[in-house]
Design a protein around this ligand. Structure first.
Ligand code: AHM
Ligand code: MG
Length: 335
């Protein structure tokens, strides 16, 4: 039987052979993985733990927090505060940034996360996840503020997610391709189960919340209409549709077998660029998808090149199999 490669060993070997992962970053990623293990544990308890249902508190996005949103946020903060690898953190569940308390040493990294993505699926036992993105603070920056976080996605030094589904899988990039690790519950460690993940360039599968169709912009409507026409239409092939309503689970499917995911701008709230958040949802997912050979745009521009102006900025998201994303972008630019 071939030897199992743990996440720790993978990180050490990447550091040794390619110099990709400085020691502080390795510690950070191990700590995030440990926090995800703990969240996975809580998720698995379900109705046996006090984790289901609403906490009846509104977060900065104006959404009612679930108990698990709050638990996952606390787990990530507590795990990451004391190691000396971070300068500050930011989360979907916190209005402003969380500085590492003075009693701990300060590191050079900035960590952002959506602690529990797909909250609407918690109580119905459908896959949910944690998304994270790591940036480096500017060298000349002594006192950290929100501004330090406002870097384009291209400057991420690590990004990933952990999906809590039938298996718990951690998916990671440090800019050297995408690797997947499955949680071995008996050993209590993440084991490398796939390297060099590749998203097929073509696909017959799309993911979008179809109930919003009447609110979409013309290019998105055109693309989906053409998919729905199947063999008889311009695309000349039948398409399949999937929508899990957890971005982590939808992106995981696309990394596994291809597809295109869309949460586009729509007319419901025209002043909002989209529903999903740029810094801790779209950027990490876009980098993973690009690292796996796919593409990610807001319909017009590459997501990773967007200059953020606010921590909780929203963005229109179209990502996945390269040829489909390019087609949808073309439809937008032709408009
Ligand atoms: P959340 O971070 O509050 O869970 O919201 C983000 C989620 C994504 O995971 C998912 O793609 C989308 O919202 C689902 O939206 P909808 O309810 O329109 O299906
Ligand atoms: Mg989310």
């Amino acid at each position: 039987m071939s030897q199992k490669v743990s996440l720790s060993r993978y990180l050490v070997e990447e550091q040794r052979s390619k110099g990709m992962i400085p020691a502080q970053l390795r510690l950070l990623l191990e700590v995030v993985a440990r926090a995800c293990k703990s969240i996975s544990h809580a998720v698995n308890k379900g109705a046996l733990g006090d984790i289901m249902g609403s906490a009846d508190i509104e977060n900065v996005q104006g959404e009612i927090q679930k108990k698990l949103d709050i638990i996952a946020n606390e787990v990530l903060i507590e795990a990451n505060e004391w190691g000396g690898h971070l300068a500050a953190m930011a989360s979907e569940e916190m209005e402003t940034i969380h500085l590492v308390p003075n009693r701990y040493p300060q590191g050079e990294y900035l960590l952002m996360f959506d602690p529990l993505d797909g909250s609407s699926n918690i109580d119905v036992n459908v896959s949910i996840g944690t998304i994270f993105s790591v940036l480096k603070k500017a060298e000349d920056s002594d006192s950290i503020s929100e501004k330090d976080f406002l870097q384009p996605g291209l400057q991420q030094v690590a990004a990933g997610y952990c999906v809590y589904g039938p298996q718990t899988t951690l998916v990671l990039t440090v800019g050297d391709g995408v690797a997947m690790f499955t949680l071995d519950r008996e050993q209590g460690s993440f084991v490398l189960t796939q390297e060099n993940v590749k998203v097929p360039e073509d696909t017959k599968e799309f993911a979008i919340n179809m109930s919003n169709m009447r609110h979409w912009d013309a290019p998105v409507k055109r693309y989906v209409d053409e998919c729905l026409q199947g063999k008889d239409g311009v695309r000349g092939k039948d398409f399949n549709m999937r929508w899990i309503a957890s971005m982590v689970a939808d992106v995981h499917r696309i990394l596994t077998r291809g597809g295109v995911f869309m949460y586009p701008w729509d007319k419901r709230e025209p002043h909002k660029a989209g529903k999903l958040r740029l810094m801790y949802e779209a950027n990490p997912m876009s980098w993973l998808i690009e690292q796996a050979g796919g593409a990610a745009t807001n319909g017009r521009q590459r997501i990773l090149e967007l200059q953020p102006s606010q921590l909780h900025e929203r963005v229109s998201v179209i990502l996945g199999s390269k040829n489909e994303v390019e087609r949808i972008t073309r439809y937008h630019l032709e408009k």
